[in-house]
Design a protein around this ligand. Structure first.
Ligand code: GDP
Ligand code: MG
Length: 329
């Protein structure tokens, strides 16, 4: 993102990347055009946003007429973040969903067991994270709904069977298929600075059956076939510690903090924290709690690391992990 854009714009842009429907995209683009700083340096981007808005509006119209290519799925976002499991057949995607969440996918030693995306909620301490299992990407084909899911994810787990040479080929193919669809699996998320039509998405390479003696050789081979700018996690899903390590790495990658709330005159709610991005403010928290709170927010009282003993703070106050906050309208 060009340096001359504001945090308010970045927020709108992040929401746009995660929008799932043409209607949502229209709303986000309108917001972006409204808040983008209007000067010479952003003229190209403004023009780009306008043409995207036109496209999104056309999409809203054509969607009403139906007849779309490929299936379409909508899975509402839930929890502290949305993590998408992708990869070739037999890579362990469904097994990861089964190990980490309450969902019950079919896990089987033959390919193409999973035919539709399936969500589950992963618990991490007192928060939950949404994981979505998907059908395998193979035979040089990615359904268009899946590209949308990848682009809007907070984290992608690119899964590879560490015990098979085919796994290497499949994984390189997945990376390439997505690249051709202007979706780059990367070490960060966001639109490309040079080309706004390209989306980068934070990714982990998760190598399953990590106990196989030839895992390292296969990883070297993969690096020859494809660019791997992201972190690699080698796991053995039969081992409890390995599964738990993956759980923590997923949560850590989301870059969120937990904030507890209390209503004035009421005890603190330590059951269900809200999550906001690291660096998030009182205002961000209010937006998560309720739209009305965001509009009417006057000040907050905070107990915790960012402020002590119920100190009064303003909307822009940056919160810390595990702060307790009382919002006042
Ligand atoms: N031992 C072991 N088996 C695994 C591991 N990962 C996946 N599997 C097995 O590999 C098979 C295919 O896994 P599945 O999750 O259905 O693959 P998917 O096609 O990617 O969803 C299943 O029998 C899994 O139990 C692992 O780390 N260790
Ligand atoms: Mg599966």
């Amino acid at each position: 993102m060009p340096a001359n854009l504001t945090p308010q714009y970045s927020k709108a842009e992040e929401a746009y990347r995660k929008a799932q429907t043409p209607e949502e995209r229209v709303g986000c683009l309108e917001e972006m055009l409204q808040v983008i700083p209007k000067h010479k340096g952003t003229e190209k981007l403004q023009a780009d946003l306008k043409s995207r808005l036109k496209e999104a509006r056309e999409e809203v119209q054509s969607e009403k007429k139906a007849s779309k290519k490929g299936p379409s799925y909508r899975i509402p976002r839930q929890g502290a973040g949305t993590v998408l499991l992708i990869g070739g057949p037999n890579a362990g995607k469904s097994r990861i969903l089964a190990e980490l969440t309450n969902a019950n996918p079919e896990v089987a030693p033959y390919p193409f067991t999973t035919r539709e995306p399936l969500p589950g909620m992963m618990a991490f301490e007192d928060v939950t994270v949404q994981l979505i299992d998907t059908p395998p990407i193979a035979e040089q084909h990615v359904e268009s709904y899946l590209t949308g899911f990848v682009r809007g994810a907070d984290l992608v787990l690119l899964c590879m069977d560490g015990s098979s040479d085919d796994g290497v080929e499949h994984t390189a193919d997945v990376i390439e298929q997505l690249r051709q669809r202007k979706t780059i699996l990367d070490s960060r998320s966001g639109f490309d600075e040079e080309d706004y039509s390209i989306t980068h998405v934070l990714t982990f390479l998760v190598v399953t059956r990590g106990g196989d003696p030839d895992v390292e050789t296969r990883l070297e081979l993969l690096r020859e076939l494809a660019e791997i700018p992201f972190t690699t996690h080698v796991v053995e899903l039969d081992r409890h510690e390995s599964v738990e390590g993956l759980r923590r790495s997923i949560y850590d990658a989301l870059g969120v903090i937990r904030v507890y709330t209390k209503k004035p005159g009421k005890p603190a709610d330590y059951e269900a924290p809200f999550t906001i991005p690291v660096g998030g403010t009182v205002e961000d928290l209010a937006g998560k709690v309720h739209r009305d709170l965001l509009d009417g927010l006057k000040y907050a009282k905070v107990w915790g690391e960012s402020a002590h003993d119920g100190q009064t703070v303003g909307r822009e106050h940056v919160l810390a992990d595990r702060d307790l906050v009382e919002l006042h309208v």
